[in-house]
Design a protein around this ligand. Structure first.
Ligand SMILES: NC(=O)c1ccc[n+]([C@@H]2O[C@H](COP(=O)([O-])OP(=O)(O)OC[C@H]3O[C@@H](n4cnc5c(N)ncnc54)[C@H](OP(=O)(O)O)[C@@H]3O)[C@@H](O)[C@H]2O)c1
Length: 288
């Protein structure tokens, strides 16, 4: 059994125990999540720092770069420690302009799973999320054909567990009628709380909720209330935002992104911050 001193403890994704404090690797690619990083050694050092700190959940996608973050993960960490679980996602390609066109037809999904296996240097992917919607957020519509394709790849032994990303609650339910899911990865943070009900429902089912953009993503979280609470606690606003997520629900797993080992250490230390009931009530006003 995995023991950790990381804030939040651990969670079990299907049969896989992960630290609730994970790491999102998207920021390691070049500008616009295209091409290689300016500081390749620095990017490799961030990944090694994550593992040294005890993080056992790394989130990636073959679309980051494309292929760049997967290659960096392999170079920095392969052969992987048994405790480390790399979560990837399929369902979008990149175009030359840096866009994210959907690629959810069965052929593209099978190719993307193969690419992830090859670039990460794995025989089986621990967890694959089907990314739905588009850059503006979830979009209604059936995921049946795409999710059945992933369920088939799971039956073939290429994937251990499945999840969905950028999904509506209806799509989450549709996926669950096809095959068990162990996580939902959607946009959520102190200021963006559309999934409050979904998070609580998933907690009741023992399914993880993994917020992307936990710190606001490309537009860092900015709120006078957040700044006030952070100043009172003599903490960074980002630390408060992460500590709040860990308190929000036990099924929330963190994958904050950073291209800086110093920020990673700061975030790990900061997420351990203790928030009082008064702090929580004040923070609650941000997203309401
Ligand atoms: N499923 C999806 O559709 C989807 C979409 C987007 C993202 N994701 C996943 O979610 C993960 C997290 O999202 P994200 O990385 O885009 O956004 P994020 O975690 O909300 O924020 C990352 C940004 O915060 C900055 N930052 C982090 N720690 C900081 C600190 N201590 N002080 C100052 N700035 C700090 C980073 O800059 P520095 O590099 O300078 O630290 C970076 O610009 C991604 O890595 C990716 O794996 C999934």
């Amino acid at each position: 059994m995995l023991t950790t001193s990381l804030p939040g403890g651990t969670w079990t994704l299907g049969g896989l125990t992960v630290t609730r404090f994970g790491y999102g690797a998207m920021q390691l690619a070049g500008p616009g999540v295209m091409g290689p990083p300016a500081d390749r050694d620095g990017a490799l050092a961030v990944l090694r720092t994550a593992v040294e700190l005890g993080i056992t959940h790394i989130d990636t996608s073959a679309a980051y770069g494309p292929q760049v973050t997967n290659q960096l993960i392999r170079e920095a960490l392969h052969p992987y420690p048994d405790s480390l679980h790399i979560v990837t996602k399929v369902g979008a390609n990149r175009d030359p302009q840096g866009g994210w066109p959907p690629a959810r037809d069965p052929r593209s999904l099978r190719r993307s799973v193969r690419e992830n296996l090859e670039t990460l240097g794995l025989d089986v992917l621990d967890l694959v999320n089907l990314r739905l919607g588009d850059a503006a957020g979830p979009r209604p519509g059936s995921l049946a054909e795409a999710f059945e394709t992933l369920a088939d790849l799971q039956r073939q032994g290429l994937i251990r567990h499945l999840g969905v990303s950028n999904a509506t609650p209806e799509q989450v339910a549709e996926a669950q009628a096809i095959a068990p899911i162990v996580c939902v990865q959607n946009m959520y943070n102190l200021a963006h709380r559309r999934d409050d009900e979904l998070i609580d429902a998933l907690a009741g089912q023992g399914v993880a909720y993994v917020p992307f953009f936990p710190l606001g993503g490309f537009s860092p979280l900015q709120s006078s209330v957040l700044s006030t609470v952070a100043a009172r606690l003599e903490a960074a606003p980002m630390s408060v935002a992460l500590a709040w997520l860990l308190r929000r629900s036990p099924n929330i797993l963190l994958i904050p992104g950073t291209s800086s080992a110093a920020h990673l250490r700061e975030n790990v230390a900061g997420a351990a911050l203790s928030l009082s009931d008064d702090d929580l009530a004040e923070l609650e006003t941000i997203g309401r």
